[in-house]
Design a protein around this ligand. Structure first.
Ligand SMILES: [Zn+2]
Length: 431
């Protein structure tokens, strides 16, 4: 089945070259081709071909999220916790660890489907997720994978292992990770240094080595992570990760890295590992602003706040002057696209050339290669994403997701959210 994009203006996502052309998109490895002719009629029923008129539209590579938390999708609008958190550690204890302990399989599936819906609306076709459901670990990654694939998204999943819920939960998490990695591409997830003991850390690294993959972990998101590490292990977080072999795994991802010392930053830059910046979540938790200076392998994530990567890039751009790092519009765009480099260099599949967005961008000024970066930070928004192609398939057509029933997904999410909030308040009374 070929998909033809007629009269498109193609923007090469790497060179930023603008080309007026017809495009043919195919599933599988065949990917994307410039073509001189397209089938004459848009009505190609039965021919196995489909033509989309892209007159006045820009077409470019779709977007990807470097660090998401699908498990938090049902949190929006939930009742406030019984006690108001006074710091980052209390935000985790009173909000997120209550939520993730209350999740069931149905809630996880609803979270994944609704996140997939929002990803597509925002032009995102690949999600790197960091999942947590410590009391419902068995099968959880499989549920998420199936839901994302149903919606037409590609993924790189992991389960954040931790000692915070006891041995049984940690064992269940290790088992789920292993079962999942036997059949899917993925990473080995860890919560953060301050909730992971040495034994679990070592086993996670062994698992990553066994499957030839990396570790995906929060690092120095808040000062508490560094303080705990110095107190319990006598070293800083990145030194501990280096000593345990995490920095030798080239597919590893460290989320946040806000409170790293200069020496720790040097350790990261000298390693093949990647860093993810999640500016809105960092603002929300008041944990600080990443200084991205010198961090070459740096990409963006949303940390579960939303699924709009254009919004994240803008926030990082506007915040950079406050961190001492600075960020030019072209560098903001590079950081936005670095996730594709990470995926390609790591050999993960699902982010090929046949993943595209069709943009209806109503610019009031000339738009071209030379001023692309200015439009990227001041103009382009998710509302300009008109249609989305994932793996060569049209998955969103003029704002309407084709792969899943939007109303049903939202209705089910609403029901599961109500059930989750009820369980959360019940859990609170018993603690
Ligand atoms: Zn996170």
């Amino acid at each position: 089945m070929s998909l033809y994009l007629k009269n498109a203006t193609w923007i090469d996502w790497e060179s930023l070259e603008f080309t007026k052309t017809h495009l043919r998109v195919d599933e599988g490895d065949a990917g994307l081709a410039f073509v001189d002719t397209v089938p004459a009629s848009l009505e190609t029923k039965g021919s196995g071909e489909q033509v989309i008129d892209c007159t006045g539209r820009y077409v470019t590579k779709s977007f990807a999220c470097g660090h998401h938390h699908i498990y938090s999708a049902l949190a929006r609008g939930m009742p406030a916790p019984a006690a108001a958190p006074k710091n980052f550690h209390e935000i985790l204890k009173y909000v997120w660890w209550v939520l993730d302990r209350s999740l069931t399989g149905n809630m996880i599936r609803a979270s994944a489907l609704v996140t997939a819906l929002y990803c597509l609306k925002n032009g995102v076709t690949f999600v790197i997720d960091h999942h947590s459901s410590p009391l419902a670990a068995a099968g959880s990654l499989g549920i998420i994978a199936e839901a994302l694939e149903e919606a037409g998204l590609s993924h790189l999943l992991c389960l954040e292992l931790s000692d915070r819920d006891g041995t049984e939960a940690a064992e269940a998490g290790l088992e789920e990770t292993e079962v999942f990695l036997e059949k899917h591409q993925g990473l080995v997830g860890l919560h953060a240094s301050f909730t992971v003991g040495d034994a679990l850390l070592n086993r996670a690294v062994s698992l990553a080595q066994k499957f030839g993959t990396g570790i995906h972990v929060h690092a120095a998101e808040d000062g508490v992570d560094e303080e705990h590490c110095l107190r319990d292990y006598g070293v800083r977080v990145m030194e501990r990760y280096r000593d345990r072999g995490l920095l030798d795994l080239e597919k590893s991802i460290f989320a946040h890295c806000i409170h790293l010392s200069e020496e720790e930053r040097n350790l990261v830059t000298a390693s093949p590992a990647w860093v993810v910046q999640t500016p809105e979540s960092n603002l929300n938790n008041a944990v600080g602003i990443l200084n991205g200076r010198g961090l070459k392998r740096l990409m963006f994530g949303t940390d579960g706040m939303h699924s709009d990567m254009l919004r994240t890039a803008k926030t990082a751009f506007f915040l950079a002057s406050q961190s001492g790092g600075g960020l030019s519009p072209p560098d903001a765009y590079l950081r936005f696209r670095n996730v594709h480099r990470y995926l390609a260099e790591s050999g993960f599949s699902g982010d090929g050339d046949n993943n595209l967005v069709i943009l209806k961008y109503d610019s009031p000024t000339p738009f071209c290669r030379d001023n692309f970066a200015g439009h990227f930070v001041y103009g382009l928004e998710a509302r300009h994403v008109e249609s989305v192609i994932s793996g060569g398939r049209l998955v969103m057509d003029r704002g309407r997701v084709l792969t899943v029933n939007e109303e049903e997904v939202l209705a089910e999410a609403g029901e599961q959210a109500a059930a989750l909030w009820k369980r959360m308040s019940g859990g609170r009374k018993s603690h």
